[in-house]
Design a protein around this ligand. Structure first.
Ligand code: ATP
Length: 318
């Protein structure tokens, strides 16, 4: 098992679940350090039940994680395969995001190693699952921070542009924006229209609504929070507009109850996949039921933003 790509709170709960379920069913479970990097460098050790004690409540990942350039090359992946073969390891659990799954698809096709994925990313940018491990914690962290900024916004009658994480997806922005009562939410899935934002700011000004919150997803295509601030300032030179980039606090911290729960369930079911010979899938949850989605589908398909949510933002901002 390895954790790969960006870390997300709840990965440790998934590691614990895989180790303990694996041992329960008679498997030997090995932990690979620093994702595909450790696979290539043979940084692998056997895990027992005790080695995953007292980690369910911790953020980050005890297996560490990395982005590994060498794994993009055939030679790197071949080295990884040889290390697994040498140790008699014949299956791989990958906890990570779509990039990590892309690597797994390539690896399993080339070397016939059965792979099972667990969706671990704060960005929730994986198609076929309602949840990814870490998203709930990240959104709650963002909400807590935005609430605090709102207090100062209110005290000073200011416009705030707050940038949240999410890479190429707008889920963190959309969820945290609705939950904090944002007037505008700018996401990569939708083109940003500065004129319509300015229009809404002027309109709210007329109604004496002086506090205005604009949430920007980091992957938003107009150019990010500072660019949005600059463009609005150009059209509204008297407006006081502050920018805050929430950054990496959204990745850390103790996982929420929901993230621990889904990580435990996904870890358990990932091991069951090996028992049932259900390979090259990742474990997802749809309508509270476990689903096994081909890794390739997660890689090829992009999830869609619910348009109705954007309508809700507009109506509730009045
Ligand atoms: P997050 O969503 O948190 O960023 P991720 O899994 O999408 O996580 P990536 O950086 O995209 O993170 O991918 C993690 C690692 O997976 C890469 O550093 C690389 O080692 C491997 N990987 C990604 N794409 C491929 C690919 N096409 N072929 C081989 N390996 C890949």
């Amino acid at each position: 098992m390895l954790t790969s790509g960006g870390d997300s709170p709840g990965m440790n709960a998934a590691i614990r679940a895989v180790v303990r379920t694996g041992i329960y069913y008679g498997f030997e479970v090995h932990g690979i350090m620093r994702g595909y990097q450790g696979l290539i460098e043979d940084d692998i050790s056997k895990l027992d039940s005790r080695s995953v004690a007292n980690i369910i409540q911790r953020g980050g990942t005890v297996l560490k994680t990395a982005r590994c350039k060498e794994f993009f090359d055939y030679e790197g992946r071949k080295q990884g395969y040889q290390n697994l073969k040498k140790r008699g390891i014949n299956g791989l659990v990958i906890i990570g995001g779509d990039g990590s799954f892309r690597g797994a698809v390539q690896f399993s096709q080339e070397f016939n190693i059965p792979c099972v994925g667990i969706a671990g990313t704060i960005d929730k940018d994986i198609y076929g699952t309602d949840f990814t491990i870490g998203f709930d914690t990240a959104v709650n962290t963002a909400v807590e921070a935005i609430d605090k900024i709102r207090d100062t916004m209110d005290a000073h009658d200011r416009i705030f542009v707050i940038e949240v994480m999410g890479r190429d997806a707008g889920y963190i922005a959309l969820h945290s924006g609705i939950a904090t009562g944002a007037e505008n939410i700018l996401i990569p899935e939708r083109a940003t229209n500065i004129d319509s934002i300015v229009e809404s700011l002027r309109e709210t000004e007329k109604r004496k609504k002086l506090v205005n919150l604009i949430i920007v997803a980091e992957g938003e295509k107009f150019g990010g929070a500072y660019e949005v601030q600059r463009a609005i300032s150009e059209k509204m030179p008297d407006a006081e507009i502050r920018v805050c980039i929430l950054g990496h606090i959204q990745r850390g911290g103790a996982p929420s109850c929901l993230d621990r729960l889904i990580a435990s369930r996904m870890g358990y079911h990932a091991v069951e996949c090996f028992l049932e010979e259900r390979y090259n899938v990742f474990v997802g949850i749809l309508n509270n039921k476990m689903h096994y989605i081909p890794l390739e589908n997660a890689v090829k398909t992009k999830g869609k933003i619910n348009e109705e949510w954007l309508k809700i933002v507009k109506i509730l901002a009045s």
